[in-house]
Design a protein around this ligand. Structure first.
Ligand code: SAH
Length: 256
Protein backbone atom coordinates (compact mmCIF):
# COMPACT_ATOMS: atom_id res chain seq x y z
CA UNK A 1 0.00 0.00 0.00
CA UNK A 2 1.45 3.32 -1.07
CA UNK A 3 0.94 6.26 1.24
CA UNK A 4 -0.21 9.67 0.24
CA UNK A 5 1.42 13.08 0.17
CA UNK A 6 -0.38 16.29 1.10
CA UNK A 7 1.15 19.47 -0.32
CA UNK A 8 0.01 21.84 2.40
CA UNK A 9 0.27 25.62 2.72
CA UNK A 10 0.95 26.88 6.23
CA UNK A 11 -0.06 30.49 5.57
CA UNK A 12 2.25 33.40 6.37
CA UNK A 13 3.28 32.34 9.87
CA UNK A 14 0.61 32.92 12.52
CA UNK A 15 -0.40 29.37 13.53
CA UNK A 16 -4.05 30.48 13.60
CA UNK A 17 -3.84 31.19 9.86
CA UNK A 18 -3.45 27.54 8.91
CA UNK A 19 -6.61 26.14 7.41
CA UNK A 20 -8.66 23.79 9.56
CA UNK A 21 -7.74 21.10 7.03
CA UNK A 22 -4.01 21.78 7.29
CA UNK A 23 -4.24 21.46 11.07
CA UNK A 24 -6.09 18.14 10.85
CA UNK A 25 -3.67 16.72 8.27
CA UNK A 26 -0.69 17.61 10.46
CA UNK A 27 -2.38 15.83 13.36
CA UNK A 28 -3.00 12.73 11.23
CA UNK A 29 0.35 12.64 9.38
CA UNK A 30 3.13 10.18 10.09
CA UNK A 31 5.77 12.64 8.89
CA UNK A 32 5.79 16.40 8.23
CA UNK A 33 8.51 17.56 5.82
CA UNK A 34 9.07 21.28 6.20
CA UNK A 35 11.55 24.09 5.75
CA UNK A 36 11.97 27.21 7.90
CA UNK A 37 9.44 29.49 6.21
CA UNK A 38 6.29 28.42 8.09
CA UNK A 39 8.04 30.10 11.04
CA UNK A 40 5.82 30.28 14.13
CA UNK A 41 3.32 27.88 12.49
CA UNK A 42 5.87 25.10 13.05
CA UNK A 43 4.75 25.14 16.68
CA UNK A 44 1.82 23.00 15.50
CA UNK A 45 4.16 20.24 14.27
CA UNK A 46 5.10 17.72 16.98
CA UNK A 47 8.89 17.19 17.12
CA UNK A 48 8.64 13.47 16.57
CA UNK A 49 6.92 14.00 13.17
CA UNK A 50 9.01 16.90 11.96
CA UNK A 51 11.66 16.47 9.29
CA UNK A 52 13.50 19.64 8.30
CA UNK A 53 14.42 19.76 4.62
CA UNK A 54 15.29 23.45 4.69
CA UNK A 55 18.62 25.07 5.43
CA UNK A 56 21.10 22.78 7.14
CA UNK A 57 23.30 23.90 10.01
CA UNK A 58 26.27 24.12 7.64
CA UNK A 59 24.40 26.62 5.49
CA UNK A 60 23.87 24.33 2.50
CA UNK A 61 20.37 23.97 1.23
CA UNK A 62 18.99 20.49 1.18
CA UNK A 63 18.59 19.90 -2.53
CA UNK A 64 15.19 19.89 -4.18
CA UNK A 65 16.08 16.48 -5.57
CA UNK A 66 16.53 15.15 -2.04
CA UNK A 67 13.12 16.49 -1.00
CA UNK A 68 11.46 15.05 -4.10
CA UNK A 69 13.03 11.64 -3.54
CA UNK A 70 12.28 11.65 0.17
CA UNK A 71 8.58 12.32 -0.49
CA UNK A 72 8.40 9.34 -2.82
CA UNK A 73 10.40 7.13 -0.46
CA UNK A 74 8.11 7.88 2.50
CA UNK A 75 4.99 7.33 0.40
CA UNK A 76 6.39 3.99 -0.79
CA UNK A 77 6.79 3.00 2.85
CA UNK A 78 3.04 3.55 3.18
CA UNK A 79 3.39 6.74 5.19
CA UNK A 80 0.96 9.62 5.27
CA UNK A 81 3.13 12.63 4.55
CA UNK A 82 2.47 16.33 4.92
CA UNK A 83 4.79 18.51 2.87
CA UNK A 84 4.34 21.80 4.73
CA UNK A 85 5.29 24.99 2.92
CA UNK A 86 5.09 28.65 3.89
CA UNK A 87 2.15 30.54 2.40
CA UNK A 88 0.67 28.62 -0.51
CA UNK A 89 2.58 25.62 -1.91
CA UNK A 90 2.07 26.72 -5.53
CA UNK A 91 3.22 30.33 -5.18
CA UNK A 92 7.02 30.48 -5.55
CA UNK A 93 7.12 27.37 -3.41
CA UNK A 94 8.26 24.63 -5.79
CA UNK A 95 5.04 22.79 -5.02
CA UNK A 96 4.51 22.44 -8.76
CA UNK A 97 7.77 20.56 -9.19
CA UNK A 98 7.05 18.31 -6.23
CA UNK A 99 3.56 17.54 -7.55
CA UNK A 100 5.00 16.55 -10.95
CA UNK A 101 7.61 14.36 -9.33
CA UNK A 102 4.97 12.59 -7.24
CA UNK A 103 2.76 11.96 -10.27
CA UNK A 104 5.76 10.71 -12.30
CA UNK A 105 6.42 8.17 -9.54
CA UNK A 106 2.81 7.06 -9.18
CA UNK A 107 2.26 8.63 -5.76
CA UNK A 108 -1.18 10.02 -4.92
CA UNK A 109 -1.19 13.54 -3.63
CA UNK A 110 -3.55 16.29 -2.59
CA UNK A 111 -3.01 20.04 -2.74
CA UNK A 112 -4.14 22.03 0.30
CA UNK A 113 -4.07 25.79 -0.38
CA UNK A 114 -2.60 28.23 2.08
CA UNK A 115 -2.85 31.98 2.60
CA UNK A 116 -0.06 33.42 0.47
CA UNK A 117 2.27 36.08 1.86
CA UNK A 118 1.76 38.29 -1.19
CA UNK A 119 -1.84 38.90 -0.19
CA UNK A 120 -1.64 38.50 3.60
CA UNK A 121 1.56 40.52 4.03
CA UNK A 122 0.24 43.73 2.50
CA UNK A 123 -3.16 43.08 4.11
CA UNK A 124 -1.93 42.92 7.67
CA UNK A 125 -0.10 46.18 7.01
CA UNK A 126 -3.40 47.85 6.04
CA UNK A 127 -2.75 47.53 2.31
CA UNK A 128 -5.38 45.82 0.15
CA UNK A 129 -3.69 44.46 -3.00
CA UNK A 130 -6.65 45.68 -5.03
CA UNK A 131 -8.84 48.69 -4.34
CA UNK A 132 -11.53 50.00 -6.69
CA UNK A 133 -10.21 53.54 -6.43
CA UNK A 134 -6.64 52.63 -7.33
CA UNK A 135 -6.19 49.57 -9.51
CA UNK A 136 -7.85 46.63 -11.13
CA UNK A 137 -4.98 44.23 -11.46
CA UNK A 138 -2.20 42.81 -9.33
CA UNK A 139 0.95 41.00 -10.41
CA UNK A 140 2.91 38.59 -8.24
CA UNK A 141 6.56 38.44 -9.22
CA UNK A 142 9.88 37.18 -7.92
CA UNK A 143 12.51 39.78 -7.10
CA UNK A 144 15.20 37.17 -6.91
CA UNK A 145 16.58 37.66 -10.39
CA UNK A 146 18.77 40.40 -11.72
CA UNK A 147 16.27 42.75 -13.41
CA UNK A 148 18.95 44.16 -15.70
CA UNK A 149 19.72 40.77 -17.23
CA UNK A 150 18.48 40.56 -20.80
CA UNK A 151 17.00 37.16 -20.08
CA UNK A 152 15.27 38.29 -16.86
CA UNK A 153 12.05 36.31 -16.64
CA UNK A 154 10.20 39.29 -15.15
CA UNK A 155 9.29 41.98 -17.67
CA UNK A 156 9.52 45.04 -15.40
CA UNK A 157 8.79 47.39 -18.29
CA UNK A 158 5.49 45.66 -18.95
CA UNK A 159 4.67 45.73 -15.23
CA UNK A 160 5.39 49.45 -15.05
CA UNK A 161 2.90 49.97 -17.87
CA UNK A 162 0.00 48.03 -16.31
CA UNK A 163 -0.72 50.58 -13.59
CA UNK A 164 -1.65 47.67 -11.35
CA UNK A 165 -0.25 46.71 -7.97
CA UNK A 166 3.12 44.90 -8.10
CA UNK A 167 3.79 42.43 -5.30
CA UNK A 168 7.36 41.18 -5.11
CA UNK A 169 8.38 37.98 -3.33
CA UNK A 170 12.06 37.45 -2.40
CA UNK A 171 12.67 41.08 -3.25
CA UNK A 172 14.70 42.54 -0.38
CA UNK A 173 18.20 42.11 -1.81
CA UNK A 174 17.49 43.35 -5.31
CA UNK A 175 15.20 46.19 -4.24
CA UNK A 176 17.64 48.85 -5.54
CA UNK A 177 17.77 47.17 -8.95
CA UNK A 178 14.09 46.71 -9.70
CA UNK A 179 12.95 50.02 -8.22
CA UNK A 180 15.46 51.74 -10.48
CA UNK A 181 14.32 49.77 -13.51
CA UNK A 182 10.66 50.60 -12.79
CA UNK A 183 11.48 54.33 -12.65
CA UNK A 184 13.53 54.09 -15.85
CA UNK A 185 10.53 52.39 -17.43
CA UNK A 186 8.41 55.43 -16.60
CA UNK A 187 6.85 54.79 -13.21
CA UNK A 188 6.42 57.85 -11.03
CA UNK A 189 9.23 58.01 -8.41
CA UNK A 190 6.52 59.13 -5.93
CA UNK A 191 4.66 55.81 -6.29
CA UNK A 192 4.04 54.46 -2.77
CA UNK A 193 5.97 51.32 -1.79
CA UNK A 194 5.76 49.23 1.39
CA UNK A 195 7.92 46.45 2.79
CA UNK A 196 6.34 43.93 5.13
CA UNK A 197 8.81 41.69 6.94
CA UNK A 198 7.68 38.54 8.76
CA UNK A 199 4.04 39.34 8.23
CA UNK A 200 1.86 37.87 11.04
CA UNK A 201 4.97 36.77 13.00
CA UNK A 202 5.37 38.23 16.51
CA UNK A 203 8.22 40.42 15.22
CA UNK A 204 6.43 41.71 12.10
CA UNK A 205 7.87 44.93 10.71
CA UNK A 206 6.44 47.37 8.17
CA UNK A 207 8.27 50.17 6.37
CA UNK A 208 6.76 52.61 3.89
CA UNK A 209 8.30 54.92 1.32
CA UNK A 210 8.19 55.64 -2.40
CA UNK A 211 9.94 54.10 -5.39
CA UNK A 212 12.56 56.77 -4.93
CA UNK A 213 13.07 56.45 -1.16
CA UNK A 214 12.32 52.83 -0.29
CA UNK A 215 15.93 51.60 -0.50
CA UNK A 216 16.96 54.17 2.09
CA UNK A 217 13.94 53.27 4.22
CA UNK A 218 14.83 49.57 3.98
CA UNK A 219 18.34 50.29 5.26
CA UNK A 220 17.21 52.65 8.02
CA UNK A 221 14.57 50.24 9.30
CA UNK A 222 16.80 47.19 8.84
CA UNK A 223 14.25 45.23 6.81
CA UNK A 224 15.45 41.70 6.05
CA UNK A 225 14.03 38.61 4.38
CA UNK A 226 11.46 37.18 4.47
CA UNK A 227 9.64 40.28 3.33
CA UNK A 228 7.08 41.25 0.71
CA UNK A 229 7.40 44.42 -1.37
CA UNK A 230 4.15 46.04 -2.48
CA UNK A 231 4.32 48.76 -5.11
CA UNK A 232 1.43 51.00 -6.16
CA UNK A 233 -1.04 53.59 -4.90
CA UNK A 234 -2.64 51.00 -2.59
CA UNK A 235 0.51 51.12 -0.46
CA UNK A 236 -0.57 54.57 0.70
CA UNK A 237 -3.76 53.30 2.32
CA UNK A 238 -1.74 52.18 5.32
CA UNK A 239 -1.15 55.73 6.42
CA UNK A 240 -4.89 56.45 6.44
CA UNK A 241 -5.93 53.39 8.46
CA UNK A 242 -2.87 52.68 10.57
CA UNK A 243 -4.14 54.23 13.81
CA UNK A 244 -7.03 51.77 13.89
CA UNK A 245 -5.24 48.74 12.50
CA UNK A 246 -4.73 45.76 14.79
CA UNK A 247 -2.91 42.55 13.84
CA UNK A 248 -2.24 39.25 15.51
CA UNK A 249 -5.63 39.18 17.21
CA UNK A 250 -4.39 41.34 20.09
CA UNK A 251 -7.08 42.86 22.28
CA UNK A 252 -7.43 46.66 22.20
CA UNK A 253 -4.98 48.37 24.53
CA UNK A 254 -6.33 49.88 27.72
CA UNK A 255 -8.16 53.18 27.38
CA UNK A 256 -9.29 52.52 23.79
N1 SAH B 1 4.94 29.97 -0.93
C1 SAH B 1 5.19 31.22 -0.22
C2 SAH B 1 6.29 32.03 -0.86
C3 SAH B 1 7.64 31.36 -0.85
S1 SAH B 1 8.92 32.34 -1.56
C4 SAH B 1 3.86 32.00 -0.14
O1 SAH B 1 2.89 31.64 -0.83
O2 SAH B 1 3.79 32.96 0.64
C5 SAH B 1 9.63 33.10 -0.14
C6 SAH B 1 9.22 34.54 -0.05
O3 SAH B 1 7.89 34.65 0.41
C7 SAH B 1 10.01 35.37 0.93
O4 SAH B 1 11.23 35.79 0.39
C8 SAH B 1 9.07 36.53 1.14
O5 SAH B 1 9.11 37.40 0.04
C9 SAH B 1 7.72 35.84 1.11
N2 SAH B 1 7.20 35.53 2.45
C10 SAH B 1 6.83 34.34 2.93
N3 SAH B 1 6.34 34.44 4.18
C11 SAH B 1 6.38 35.75 4.50
C12 SAH B 1 5.98 36.52 5.64
N4 SAH B 1 5.44 35.95 6.70
N5 SAH B 1 6.17 37.85 5.59
C13 SAH B 1 6.70 38.44 4.51
N6 SAH B 1 7.09 37.78 3.42
C14 SAH B 1 6.93 36.44 3.40
Amino acid sequence: MTGRVYLVGSGPGDPELLTVKAKRLIEEADVVLHDKLPGPALALVPDEKAEDVGKRAGGDRTSQQYTNDRLVELAEQGKTVVRLKGGDPFVFGRGGEEMEHLADHGVEFEYVPGVTAGVAGPGVAGIPVTHRDHNSSVSFVTGHEDPTKDESAVDWGALAATGGTIVVYMGVGRLPDYTRVLMEEGMDPETPVALVERATWPDQQVAVGTLDTIVEVRDEEGIEPPAITVIGPVAATRERVEAFLRTGGEPPTEGE
